[in-house]
Design a protein around this ligand. Structure first.
Ligand code: BDR
Ligand code: CA
Length: 330
C-alpha cells in the first residue's frame, strides 16, 4: 500500500509558486494538509488569494489556506511585483468565483501540525519568515520533521537580486540564517538536512514558448491557463535577461520532493549572510573550511528531461509515456 506523504507547502504566490502548487495538487503521492502564505513576491494577503485561485482551478478547494508573516523578521519588506505582476499572478485578470478569506495563523498551524503528525515534511517556496518564526516559538516541534525542502539560495550560480543573492533568502536573510543555523544545531545522522533547491538547478528549468505550445496541444484549457499566467513573467525575462521563456524555480522544489533522484548535489555546511554587499547570499562551505557539520544538501545537477516529463504529465493529466521530449524542436 502506498502511503501518502503528509506535507505543508509554505509559499508566496507568485507565478512559479502557482505552477508548483499545480504540480503538487496533481500529485497523488502527497497529502497536502495546508498551504501557508508568507510575504514575498507579493504581500501575504494577495498571495493567499492566488492560492485560492489555484485551488479553485484545480478543484482542491477543501485544502485550508493560512495567512503568515506580513513582513520579514528585521529587514524592510521588498516585494517582487516587477517580476510577478501587481497581483502576483501575471496580471491576466483571473479571479475566484467568490471572495475567500484565509485562516489567520500560519505559524500556529505549522506548529500544531508538526506536533500532531509524526512524519511531516515542509516544502518552502518563499522567504523563510514563517518557518523561522515557528522555530523561534517551539523548536521542539521540529523534532520529528521528515524532510525540509527550500527553494532558495545559490552556490556556483550568480544571484537574481544582487550579484550573489537569490530572492527568497535576500528578502528575509535573517529568517534564512536562523533556519540554516537551527539545522546546524540539530545536525546528526538521523536529522534531515535542508534540501536547498537553488538557482544552480532552477536556472536549468526554462519554460519556453515551444513548451507552452506543446502544453496547449496536449490540453488546451490547462495549457492556455499556464500561458496566460506566465506571459508577464516571460516579458520580464526578456526585458531583464534577454531570455526567451521564463525560469520556473518553485516547481523544481516540488518535483525534487516527489523524485529525490531527479537532482543530485553535495552535503555541506551553509550559512546566510545578513548584511553588507553579500546580504542574502547562501555561503556553501563545499571545501569544509569551517569544519562545521553539514546542515544542507545543496543541489547542483538536475535531469531536466525527467523534470519536464513529470511536470507536463502531472499538470496536463496525461501519461508520462506519451511525452516525447527527444522528438523534433522540443
Ligand atoms: C524565487 O523567488 C521568487 O521570485 C520565486 O517565486 C522563487 O521562489 C526565485 O528566486
Ligand atoms: Ca516563490
Amino acid at each position: 500500500m502506498n502511503v501518502k506523504q503528509p506535507i505543508i507547502i509554505d509559499c508566496d504566490p507568485g507565478i512559479d509558486d502557482s505552477l508548483a502548487l499545480m504540480l503538487a495538487l496533481n500529485s497523488p503521492e502527497l497529502d497536502i494538509l495546508g498551504i501557508t502564505v508568507v510575504c514575498g513576491n507579493v504581500p501575504a494577503q494577495i498571495g493567499a488569494q492566488n492560492v485560492f485561485k489555484i485551488l479553485e482551478f484545480t478543484g482542491h478547494e477543501n485544502i485550508p489556506v493560512f495567512l503568515g508573516s506580513q513582513t520579514p523578521l528585521q529587514k524592510p519588506y521588498i516585494d517582487a511585483m516587477d517580476t510577478h505582476g501587481k497581483d502576483g499572478f501575471g496580471e491576466f485578470e483571473y479571479f475566484c468565483k467568490q471572495k475567500k478569506t484565509p485562516k489567520p495563523d500560519a505559524v500556529e498551524f505549522i506548529l500544531e501540525t508538526l506536533n500532531s503528525i509524526p512524519k511531516l515534511s515542509i516544502i518552502a517556496l518563499g522567504p523563510l519568515t514563517n518557518i523561522a518564526q515557528a522555530i523561534r516559538i517551539d523548536p521542539n516541534a521540529f523534532s520529528h520533521l521528515d524532510r525540509f525542502v527550500s527553494m532558495g539560495g545559490n552556490f556556483r550560480s550568480h544571484g537574481n537580486c544582487s550579484p550573489v543573492a537569490e530572492y527568497n533568502y535576500w528578502c528575509d536573510p535573517l529568517a534564512a540564517k536562523e533556519v540554516f543555523s537551527f539545522f546546524e544545531q540539530k545536525a546528526d545522522a538521523s536529522y534531515p538536512k535542508i534540501e536547498m533547491v537553488g538557482l544552480d538547478v532552477t536556472r536549468k528549468i526554462l519554460l519556453t514558448p515551444n513548451y507552452l505550445e506543446y502544453m496547449k496541444r496536449l490540453n488546451l484549457e490547462i495549457g492556455s491557463f499556464v500561458e496566460n499566467l506566465t506571459r508577464f513573467y516571460i516579458d520580464f525575462h526578456w526585458n531583464v535577461e534577454h531570455l526567451i521563456g521564463c525560469v520556473i524555480n518553485d516547481p523544481l522544489a516540488v518535483a525534487h520532493f516527489l523524485c529525490p533522484k531527479l537532482c543530485s548535489g553535495i552535503e555541506a555546511f551553509t550559512d546566510i549572510a545578513v548584511e553588507g554587499i553579500c546580504e542574502g547570499q547562501s555561503v556553501v562551505d563545499s571545501m569544509n573550511f569551517y569544519k562545521k557539520p553539514s546542515n544542507s544538501l545543496v543541489l547542483t545537477y538536475v535531469d531536466t528531461k525527467h523534470f519536464w516529463s513529470l511536470f507536463f504529465s502531472r499538470l496536463l493529466h496525461i501519461s508520462e509515456s506519451i511525452i516525447l521530449l527527444d522528438g523534433g524542436s522540443l
